[in-house]
Write a protein of this length. Structure first.
Lengths: 350, 283, 422
């Protein structure tokens, strides 16, 4: 009997222990890797230091699926999420995000009101506050000499053999396939909204299908290039920049047909920590934290923060290459994301 | 050649050595992958591969930095804490319920024994992905997803079959007349259970509990579906590490886990020997 | 208590009177109840924690009320419409336009779009862009001009096929997800036909095929090893057992990690091959079907060796010796005598390995790449990525059926309670 009591006491102690594990005040989800490290340094840590809030800083691979699952199951795990504008329109229209009161955002450090200080795209959607201007580029390992120079080269396996790392989703891959197939950049989304255009994009992707290495998360891109898993990879420009800058990796970024976009901070619909979440976003999008994103070659979304950038970094930011780039179309992907996602996955399994 | 029977010819002997050699190769296949990760975890570079310095046994090529990283990273320390909390709680729950039930199942009077045994053992056979999907749908309705309680219940259900199997095995060697003797001396069934049955089947109970603990400790599919960011466990953290950014911290964790499982293995082996001894004395 | 306890031990003699028989029956009932009471707490726990979830999943595979909840009025209006070649009446279109505006403003039109898209691929973008178009139109305008507004936004609203899809999606109970799981669909007249893209049947076949290869591989590796261990000295076999048990007890994730370290492009295997000059360029080993099979063979091998060993240990080697000393060839002796005697261990191990590998998720997910994916991975994909929970449930139900058949075979030939551990 004594033993029995001991066992019960042990169980009770454990149960207490389990319930006393301190709940985090705020769960912030972003993309990890070099970008996550920059956000931790310039946004998370200073916020924790200033407010004493406990933050659990999570990684995810992007897309709306995880938000959708949380909202539809009525089981909200995240509070604040960093989301690509290519997914924002859809997440907002489908009710996975809270509407943000943009009027409470603080003025820039130079005194300019928030509405004037932010670039217009940063506040264009009611569910998000712009965080960075970034771009999806491709890069190659230059240890073996010159590599592909254009997106058409990326699809040319004869002259540029080797594996290509691509992120496992239709976004950007479909656009690139069409551009490589000769569709002018300004017509890409128009063509992609037709059945024929979609078939054309898949046909182009088919030509390199056997040479594609698929990855799920942005942080895998430089890893693939580094360990020889791929000769060239699609990547967020900052990841490659960080690998070159910090580790001296022999990578070259190709800006041809890069797809540029914004990232925003958004708040999960139904979060119990609305106030804290808003407090965090207001803090993270102040002038100084935003300017810290230059560590990974992402442009800040406030003019006052752009003014803090050193001249040397500017050529590495997407903003210096807009003439050869395509603006990602969030509205197109809001409408076609599901349809093309399904087709894409069927194509993958064929 | 004296060690072979005289009817053996050259082919028999060649076959004997071929079998030896093949068995040795299979054992190497079993062990080598596990042994390879141990030196890799002491890599001074952030790679998953042996560097030239490591092959040259240059001491500078080795370091403990990835072990330090585990304990510096909040995510890993939280995961370690979670794994032990969930593992212990699930093992205790599974052992308590499973042991009591095994005693009932061992009774010759148990109705629908075959059916109920099959039902209680089925969490071991049904693919985890199905259990995970079902639990996600069902536990959501009770707000158990993203809680410790939900995860503990789920893992306890997975551990139950192991407790039933090990305890039933010890009970099969258990002389029921002892139970009846206890009753006939006027003790209540509960008292007989705790004072007579439990001490006799203790090795089975402990190894069942260990199995349940290890099952929870190693489980990742249910964690993927049922745990929130705050309940991440070691395997969950390894899973996302392997999917996203491979660095030797995972190898350091893996090495620690190999040491832990070796300890576990020797504990179980000792228990088994002890149980055999006890039964030997009973005869 | 004392009396009844001894009574139960006593066989019922033919000369018992009725009272004795009755009290004996009562005693039996009592004992049965007592035994059952011991099992009850666990039974309740398992019913809640395990059986109810599986049942919920099965229910979910046939029950999906989303569209019925989102569009009740449109669906009522659609009831009148026979599934003919003509579009439904303007009243239906108007009602739908009003419903869609409400959903767009509630931000639930996305859910509707996804559901209809499942009945008719490609509809998601039609619903979403139309929802955006009608969102800010005022109610009076919608009531007056609903059909024209819809068709202006997208001409697919004029096609009867679209409305058939909505009507289909509006049924709360349906077996359509099972059709999809078997690569079938309903044609325009309700007949069942093959889908354009064939995915899942192929995937089930591939899963079974991979499980078979893995099972055969574990038999080929495990049988000789178990034979050797069973026929050597006890001290050596105990020592060698550690080599089998340590991997068995080592975390699955650890073993998968090890295979990644071995097989990756610059991994141990490729570096070794290159160091010895056997290959110039690295082999592509990781993220293939091959890597899934080899890693799973490694992980499941102990499940084969342990039951084989425990059966072989009990086989008296004098039978083989007798046969061979009487001149039987070793192979013939082995085939006629040893193999049949070791068959229980072999079938236990093989079925166990096969059942486990059919439902495997983690290893294919981590080392499988695109080729090495198994059915569990696609279920997880529909749970977590495409959020098509009903399809995931239907695919899971079919997998469950497969496993139950295998489990039934296992129970018949081996006995579920005979599973040995360690």
């Amino acid at each position: 009997m004594k033993r029995h009591l001991k066992l019960m006491a042990g169980a009770a102690a454990l149960a207490l222990c389990a319930s006393s594990v301190s709940a985090q005040d705020l769960t912030v989800t972003s993309f990890g890797g070099a970008y996550g490290a920059a956000q931790k340094e310039h946004m998370i840590d200073p916020f924790v230091a200033e407010t004493g809030t406990n933050i659990l800083f999570e990684d995810y691979g992007g897309g709306v699926a995880e938000m959708k699952a949380q909202v539809e199951a009525g089981n909200i795990q995240w509070d604040v999420v960093d989301i690509e504008v290519i997914d924002l329109e859809r997440a907002c229209a489908e009710g996975y995000l809270e509407v943000i009161d943009q009027s409470v955002l603080p003025a820039g450090d130079d005194g300019a009101a928030a509405a004037d200080d932010f670039i217009p795209e940063a506040l264009a959607n009611e569910c998000g506050v712009g965080n960075i201007v970034w771009s999806i580029v491709f890069a190659y390992n230059n240890a073996n000499g010159e590599g592909p120079q254009t997106i058409a080269d990326f699809f040319d396996t004869e002259n540029f053999p080797g594996k290509r790392g691509l992120r496992k989703r239709p976004q950007v891959n479909m656009e690139w396939a069409l551009i490589a197939d000769g569709v002018p950049m300004e017509e890409v989304y128009e063509v992609l909204s037709t059945e024929e255009g979609q078939a054309r994009a898949f046909a182009k992707l088919d030509t390199i299908k056997d040479d594609i290495v698929w990855y799920d998360s942005w942080s895998q891109a430089p890893v693939l290039l580094n360990d020889g898993g791929a000769q060239m990879v699609q990547s967020a420009n900052g990841r490659i920049f960080a690998a070159i800058q910090d580790e001296g990796a022999p990578f070259t970024i190709v800006w041809d047909s890069h797809v540029y976009d914004l990232d925003v901070w958004a708040i999960m619909k139904g979060t119990p920590n609305m106030e804290k979440a808003m407090e965090f976003i207001s803090f993270a999008t102040r002038t100084v934290p935003l300017s810290g994103m230059q560590d990974v070659a992402y442009g800040p979304t406030r003019r006052s923060a752009q003014a803090l950038l050193p001249e040397a970094i500017k050529q590495d930011l997407p903003t210096a290459h807009l003439d050869v780039g395509l603006k990602a179309d969030g509205i197109f992907w809001a409408d076609y994301g599901e349809t093309l996602g399904e087709k894409f996955n069927e194509w993958l399994l064929q | 050649m004296g060690r072979f029977p005289e009817y053996y010819n050259l082919w028999h002997i060649a076959g004997h050595y071929a079998l030896r050699g093949f068995a040795a190769l299979v054992l190497i296949f079993l062990m080598l992958p596990i042994l390879v990760i141990i030196p890799l975890s002491f890599n001074a570079e952030p790679f998953f591969t042996f560097t030239e310095g490591m092959l040259a046994l240059d001491p500078d090529a080795y370091s403990l930095r990835w072990y330090k990283e585990i304990f510096d990273d909040e995510k890993w320390t939280l995961a370690i804490k979670n794994s032990f909390i969930v593992g212990f709680a699930a093992a205790i729950l599974a052992t308590l319920l499973g042991t009591v039930a095994a005693v009932g199942l061992a009774s010759p009077w148990m109705p629908y024994k075959r059916l109920i045994t099959a039902l209680l053992l089925s969490p071991m056979i049904v693919p985890l992905i199905i259990i995970a999907a079902g639990m996600f749908f069902f536990y959501t309705q009770f707000n158990l997803v993203g809680t410790y309680t939900g995860l503990i219940i789920a893992h306890a259900a997975l551990g139950v079959p192991f407790v039933i199997i090990t305890v039933t095995a010890t009970l099969s060697g258990f002389d029921r007349s002892l139970f009846i003797a206890g009753l006939s001396l006027g003790a209540s069934p509960v008292k007989v259970f705790w004072d007579v049955v439990i001490p006799l089947i203790r090795p089975g109970v402990i190894s069942g509990g260990l199995f349940a603990f290890v099952t929870s400790f190693d489980e990742v599919v249910l964690v993927l579906f049922l745990a929130g960011p705050e309940q991440r466990t070691i395997p969950r953290q390894m899973f996302s590490g392997l999917r996203e950014q491979i660095n030797p911290t995972i190898l350091a964790v893996a090495t620690l886990l190999v040491v832990l499982s070796a300890a576990m293995l020797f504990t179980l082996e000792a228990l088994r020997r002890r149980s055999e001894r006890m039964r030997g004395e009973g005869l | 208590m004392t009396d009844t306890a001894t009574l139960a031990q006593k066989p019922l003699a033919p000369g018992l009177n009725r009272d004795d028989a009755r009290s004996a029956a009562r005693e039996v009932r009592k004992r049965r109840l007592q035994a059952f009471l011991f099992v009850t707490p666990l039974l309740i726990f398992i019913l809640f924690s395990f059986v109810a979830p599986i049942t919920t999943m099965l229910y979910r595979s046939v029950y999906n009320p989303t569209v019925a909840d989102l569009l009740p009025d449109t669906l009522v209006a659609l009831q009148e419409w026979e599934q003919s070649d003509e579009s439904p009446s303007d009243a239906v279109l108007t009602q739908f336009a009003i419903d869609l505006k409400r959903l767009a403003n509630d931000r639930t039109s996305g859910r509707l779009a996804d559901e209809i898209n499942r009945a008719l691929p490609g509809m998601s973008s039609v619903v979403k862009s139309t929802a955006r178009a009608v969102r800010r139109v005022d109610d009076a305008e919608l009531a007056a001009n609903g059909p024209a507004l819809l068709i202006d936004a997208n001409d697919r609203w004029a096609e009867p096929e679209t409305w058939r899809a909505i009507k289909d999606a509006g049924r709360a109970y349906s077996l359509d997800y099972y059709l999809t799981s078997l690569d079938l669909e309903r044609g325009s007249a309700g007949e069942i036909q093959a889908r354009d893209t064939q995915i899942y049947v192929k995937l089930y076949t591939k899963t079974l095929w991979m499980a078979l290869i893995i099972t055969v591989a574990t038999v080929l590796l495990g049988y000789p090893l178990a034979y050797f261990m069973a026929n050597t000295s006890t001290s050596l076999s105990n020592a060698l057992m550690v080599f089998v048990l340590l991997p068995f007890w080592t975390s699955l994730l650890v073993r998968t990690t090890a295979w990644i370290a071995l097989l990756q492009t610059n991994g141990v295997v490729n570096s070794t091959l290159q160091a010895f000059g056997l290959r110039d360029d690295p082999l592509e080993l990781l993220y293939t079907q091959f890597s899934t099979i080899i890693a799973m063979t490694h992980i499941l091998l102990p499940f084969m060796v342990l039951p084989l060993y425990s059966v072989m240990r009990g086989i008296d080697s004098s039978y083989m010796r007798a046969a061979m000393s009487m001149g039987s060839r070793p192979l013939a002796a082995w085939f006629r005598i040893y193999l049949p005697m070791s068959l229980p261990g072999l079938s236990a191990g093989a079925l166990l390995v096969f059942i486990i590998s059919v439902g495997y998720y983690i290893t294919p997910a981590l080392v499988g790449g695109t080729d090495g994916q198994m059915i569990s991975n696609i279920i997880a994909f529909h749970m977590q990525q495409s959020n098509n929970w009903e399809l995931a449930a239907a695919l899971g139900a079919l997998l469950l059926l497969l496993i139950l058949v295998l489990y039934w075979l296992f129970d018949r030939f081996v006995g579920a309670a005979n599973i040995k551990l360690g």
